[in-house]
Design a protein around this ligand. Structure first.
Ligand code: FES
Length: 158
């Protein structure tokens, strides 16, 4: 099936394009729109974005692969990111990650068999004073205890 933005997202794209001086400047928000709709950024989507913005597919793929927030493969319904950078590591991030891996039955970088959760590690998520922390979809959870991690995972695996 050929990828195309939904009518609503197409309207959002037109509004985004009207705000930028060049089409190229809209590459990142355009990729976000595509990922919202499709769940991840495939080669086909890179080609679609490139064609629409008069760019090379290699340029768009370079942008998509540079930023960790763009998924390069299909992912679970929910994404759990555990920050592992030094301030969070000193506050216990490794225990949080191990706990998540044990609870979910997967390793970081994998998706549960039911497709509900993808577990990932992240470099600093800019919440260094409140570690250990993790991001679940768009929400931050900070100063985590393992009991709080359990409650969060209960919600996303329901
Ligand atoms: S080190 Fe974890 S948010 Fe910065």
């Amino acid at each position: 099936m050929t990828f195309a933005l939904s009518d609503e997202r197409e309207r959002t794209l037109q509004e985004i394009l009207s705000r930028y001086p060049t089409k190229m400047a809209a590459t990142i928000p355009f990729l976000h729109l595509c990922q919202e709709q499709h769940g991840w950024v495939s080669d086909e989507i890179c080609e679609y974005v490139a064609k629409r913005l008069d760019l090379s597919a290699a340029h768009v793929k370079g942008v998509a692969t540079f930023y960790s927030l763009f998924n390069k493969e299909p992912v679970g319904k929910h994404q759990v990111w555990v920050c592992r950078t030094l301030p969070c590591a000193l506050a216990g991030a490794e225990n949080v990650l191990k706990h998540c891996e044990k609870r979910l039955g997967i390793h970081a970088g994998e998706t549960t068999r039911d497709g509900k959760v993808t577990l990932r590690t992240a470099e600093c998520l800019a919440s260094c004073g409140s570690g250990p922390m993790m991001q679940v979809d768009r929400d931050y959870y900070e100063n985590l205890t393992l009991a709080e991690v359990d409650k969060i995972l209960d919600r996303v695996t329901r």
